[in-house]
Design a protein around this ligand. Structure first.
Ligand SMILES: O=C(O)CCC(=O)C(=O)O
Ligand SMILES: [Fe+2]
Length: 373
């Protein structure tokens, strides 16, 4: 079932596309694509974290990162739609992993996966890789970095057999994933087929692993599911709203970012509004209280990961950046139009009519967007 190019996936392993081609034919169309290892060839982590690209250089990694605390998930146990999470020192995780490697057979009752590690941020040093130009227009991480809040730039390390359960990425963001070493098997369900999948198996019955369903072949075919094998050095672009599950079929280290830009900002905006409606329905008892808006935004942050103020502040930040400094760069050429459209939508949406938002509306950069439309 492994995909070569299909309606939802383009394989650029042999030849890199131009930025414009990627923008128009992949990001705007919201389909997946794979880039070849030439994109990561110069990354220092591909050299320094491995021994000739063949095995993981644990000595080097432990030397550098031993005392950093890392988030670790036990893939052999379920915790709602994820796995239980603990924290340990990187040196402890490296010990576990090396032991597993020496045994040759991985203990299936305890498969530990180091995930969502903000390594660049935690170590104050992100020079072990370079973000490919294709992914440089990134409102989310540009904002997080400027505000010194947790970013969405992660390092993943997992033994053969470690898995990420079926999910859709946070906010409806894009993600990209680059293998430093090892191989991943992805199963992807296109965004517009996710509703059908939920109807077929029941919204509350989505398994961690679609392959555990007795009739998985028919189901996957019905929802246009496809597999992608991602090898060392390759970089996968994951579109907005696609459901996916991932298995490391070898010992694997990867760099993964979540982000959004002019192509999917609208999606993030409507996901925010849908999540807000859910919260408002849940909290309807408090509707006539003074704290209504603040309470809903607080709960929205817990459920969705951001709220109205956070979103509006991001729009203000990116708009100011683009207008003051960067609007001429080719990567940003679609941004002003996109930001202007979102600004107009927010202004006319009653969900954003809050007196706390007056200063936002009066921000000079945002107001000048109107003139550019
Ligand atoms: O590599 C993994 O285990 C999961 C990655 C993922 O879900 C993503 O990059 O969106
Ligand atoms: Fe994901």
């Amino acid at each position: 079932m492994e995909a070569k190019s299909n309606d939802y996936f383009i394989d650029y392993s042999d030849q890199l596309p131009s930025y414009e081609h990627f923008y128009e034919n992949v990001m705007r169309k919201n389909i997946a694509c794979m880039f070849g290892p030439q994109l990561t060839e110069q990354w220092t982590c591909r050299k320094e974290w491995t021994i000739d690209g063949q095995s993981i250089d644990f000595d080097h990694l432990v030397n550098k990162y031993a005392t950093l605390p890392v988030p670790v998930y036990d893939c052999s146990e379920k915790h709602f739609n994820s796995n239980p999470r603990t924290e340990m020192l990187f040196s402890q995780y490296a010990d576990y992993w090396q032991q597993q490697q020496q045994q040759q057979v991985i203990d299936a009752n305890r498969i530990l996966y180091l995930k969502d590690w903000h390594l660049a941020q935690d170590s104050n040093c992100g020079d072990f890789y370079k973000i490919p130009t294709y992914f440089e227009s990134d409102y989310l991480n540009e904002y997080c970095t400027a505000k010194s809040i947790a970013d969405f730039k992660f390092t993943y390390m997992g033994p053969k057999g470690s898995t990420t359960p079926l999910h859709v990425d946070v906010f409806g963001s894009f993600s990209w994933s680059a293998n430093v070493i090892g191989t991943k098997r992805w199963l992807m369900i296109p965004d517009h087929c996710v509703e059908t999948l939920k109807q077929l198996i029941g919204v509350n019955n989505l398994p961690h692993d679609l392959y555990t369903l007795p009739n998985y072949e028919q189901i996957i075919a019905k929802v246009n599911g496809f597999e992608i094998i991602q090898k060392a050095g390759q970089v996968l672009f994951v579109p907005s709203g696609y459901m996916h599950q991932v298995e490391n079929i070898e010992h694997t280290i990867s760099i993964n970012h979540n982000w959004f830009n002019a192509c999917n900002l609208d999606r993030v905006y409507s996901n925010l509004l849908n999540a807000l409606k859910d919260v408002q329905n849940e909290m309807s008892d408090l509707k006539n209280t003074d704290e209504w808006n603040e309470t809903c935004d607080r709960i929205l942050t817990i459920h969705f990961g951001m709220n109205r103020s956070y979103f509006m502040d991001q729009i203000r930040h990116i708009t100011t950046n683009r207008l003051l400094r960067q609007s001429n760069h080719f990567r940003y050429k679609h941004d002003i139009e996109c930001l202007a459209k979102i600004y107009t939508k927010i202004l006319s949406n009653h969900q954003f009519q809050n007196k706390n938002h007056e200063d936002w509306k009066n921000c000079e950069s945002l107001k000048s967007l109107n003139k550019l439309l």
